[in-house]
Design a protein around this ligand. Structure first.
Ligand SMILES: *[C@@H]1O[C@H](CO)[C@@H](O)[C@H](O)[C@H]1NC(C)=O
Ligand SMILES: *[C@@H]1O[C@H](CO)[C@@H](O)[C@H](O)[C@H]1NC(C)=O
Ligand SMILES: *[C@@H]1O[C@H](CO)[C@@H](O)[C@H](O)[C@H]1NC(C)=O
Ligand SMILES: *[C@@H]1O[C@H](CO)[C@@H](O)[C@H](O)[C@H]1NC(C)=O
Ligand SMILES: *[C@@H]1O[C@H](CO)[C@@H](O)[C@H](O)[C@H]1NC(C)=O
Length: 505
């Protein structure tokens, strides 16, 4: 549903006259179809209460340890933006994670039935068949090998296609495993949507960037001010297209960094025999941990409260190499391309927030002060467990308090004194996560999908006719354009395409 940009699109039309004919016919068919869709949408809103009648959508957010059932209500988009209004009604968590079923697929129907039964409690029976259900999986399923993942996905599709279990509207493509980048793009959508960015006449300069950190990975997504060379994701909201930069660093999450510190300590400890104990500078004195490493038995780790040594290790781990290997430039962590963050305001969510809050580096306007975080972390990291004010998260706050400033400045190239980073997990009491954005995107695409069912027939020879481009640029992929709007947009697009085509000669 998110399109990674194809870089060199060239339309090689050998039979231009035929192409024009197809264009005319298909455009006319689209006008008819759009008019029809407009009709049924209009009928819909007349048979129910006029105005903001809520529709329903169900998202099954399949994580590694549970599936979250998220029920959304939405009202269809209105002119001029045509952006649906989406609200999270309720979230219910159902353990365990779907990946647990890989060895017991026969128990899957019962488990999914449970999640659907929960959703059905919140959606009126009369609306269930028209309310879509999506299942999107994240990190837990990304770790499965391809064969297991495919087996699990097709078993899930089988269950959801069974109308004796699933009362909601379902299509096979409603089930997917999100990549880290897709998760980032959807979180960016949620964030900017909750901030009201799409509902007003703002320009892309008014959008905010998103960075999030989980246990495993760390993600960044933003609308850069400079042209993008790589990692571009095109997302459609209402009638607008956004060309986003999104990057997922699989191994730079909070838990991974802790383990990486242990690994480096292992490498540095020179003992030829078996290592029995490690001393971590990133852990507070009096704290103990365990590291599995590659050996069979756990290695005990004790803390030494040494911020200077810890920070040095983190800088090495981040490998911010801006050198000849960086192409295209500029680069972030490990020579990955990243356009300048420039003057883009950012929101840092999830694990960026907890330790920064504990170390008093977030002010009353929720702005993150990077240098203050580093300063406070240095003080905190010399303390020991049991000292006044040190909680059970003492060591984790020490590590994150030292890691986040290095990650932001050396890794992602923010200036140390920036005041453009807001750190929070919620906006107007709604958690910022990818699900709202995913729902918004799916609903925005719904109208376009209806048009697609027609345009499949619009092929010339063996090459599919580039009608998707036509719809996209026309903005007709909105949820409920009126007949007049649909016809007008298509007519405008048609004229534009025709003039482009004529200028080919
Ligand atoms: C789904 O769960 C409900 C409630 O637990 C149960 O009544 C129903 O029989 C189940 N359906 C299937 C197909 O298992
Ligand atoms: C944006 O909207 C405001 C009112 O909501 C209006 O005053 C302003 O002129 C609009 N700007 C543009 C560029 O349309
Ligand atoms: C590790 O071993 C190398 C060579 O065996 C030695 O030069 C080095 O000083 C040792 N380092 C530590 C920390 O013991
Ligand atoms: C961050 O905090 C320090 C110390 O309180 C202060 O001097 C500095 O101005 C703050 N920086 C920003 C960008 O607010
Ligand atoms: C925010 O949401 C929580 C539950 O999600 C609720 O308990 C709380 O009252 C809400 N706060 C406000 C100010 O709406």
């Amino acid at each position: 549903m998110i399109f990674r940009r194809r870089r060199h699109q060239n339309s090689m039309m050998t039979h231009q006259a035929a192409w024009t004919g197809m264009l005319v016919v298909c455009s006319l068919m689209m006008v008819v179809k759009a008019a029809h869709l407009g009709d049924s949408a209009a009928d819909n809103s007349q048979t129910t209460t006029p105005g903001d009648t809520p529709f329903y959508g169900v998202m099954l957010d399949a994580g590694s340890s549970s599936t979250k059932v998220k029920i959304f209500t939405y009202t269809k988009g209105k002119l001029p933006t045509l952006i649906p209004s989406v609200q999270l009604l309720v979230t219910k968590t159902v353990p365990p994670g779907l990946s647990d079923f890989i060895s017991k697929l026969d128990e899957l129907p019962n488990y999914l039935n449970g999640t659907l039964q929960i959703a059905a409690q919140y959606v009126p029976v009369s609306q269930q068949a028209s309310s879509p259900v999506y299942l999107m999986a994240t990190a837990g399923l990304r770790k499965l090998n391809e064969e297991d993942a495919n087996q699990l996905l097709s078993a899930i599709r089988g269950v959801l296609a069974d109308s004796s279990i699933n009362p909601f509207k379902f299509l096979p493509e409603h089930v997917s495993i999100l990549s880290g980048e897709e998760e980032a793009v959807y979180a960016w959508l949620s964030l900017n949507y909750l901030l009201g960015f799409f509902s007003s006449n703002m320009t892309s300069k008014d959008s905010v960037g998103m960075m999030e950190m989980g246990g495993g990975s760390m993600q960044v997504a933003f609308l850069p001010s400079a042209p993008l060379y790589q990692e571009e994701f095109q997302v459609y909201v209402g009638r607008e297209r956004f060309d986003l930069y999104a990057q997922s660093y699989l191994d730079y999450g909070a838990n991974y960094i802790r383990d990486r510190v242990y690994e480096v300590l292992m490498e540095e400890s020179n003992t030829t025999g078996q290592v029995k104990r490690l001393e971590s500078p990133c852990m507070l004195r009096g704290d103990k941990g365990k590291y599995a490493g590659s050996s069979a038995s756990y290695i005990e780790v004790t803390g030494t409260s040494d911020p200077e040594k810890c920070e040095g290790m983190l800088i090495k781990i981040l490998k911010p190499a801006r050198d000849a290997l960086c192409s295209p430039a500029p680069c972030a962590i490990g020579n990955r391309y990243q356009p300048d963050v420039d003057q883009v305001p950012f929101y840092a969510i999830s694990a960026f927030v907890y330790s920064s809050e504990a170390l008093h580096a977030i002010d009353s306007n929720k702005k993150l002060n990077i240098s203050l975080l580093r300063e406070n972390a240095w003080k905190h990291c010399t303390k020991a467990m049991g000292d006044p004010g040190v909680t059970k998260y003492g060591s984790s706050n020490c590590l994150m308090g030292l890691y986040i400033p290095q990650l932001l400045t050396r890794g992602l190239d923010f200036p140390m004194n920036t005041n453009l980073i807001t750190a929070t997990t919620k906006i107007s009491n709604t958690s910022i996560d990818w699900a709202t954005g995913a729902m918004l995107q799916q609903l925005s695409m719904a109208f376009m999908d209806d048009l697609d069912s027609l345009t499949v027939r619009c092929q010339y020879g063996t090459k599919p006719f580039p009608l998707t481009t036509l719809q996209v640029t026309s903005g007709s992929h909105s949820v409920t354009p009126s007949i007049a709007v649909a016809v007008a947009l298509l007519a405008v697009t048609f004229v534009r395409k025709l003039s482009e085509y004529i200028s080919l000669f």
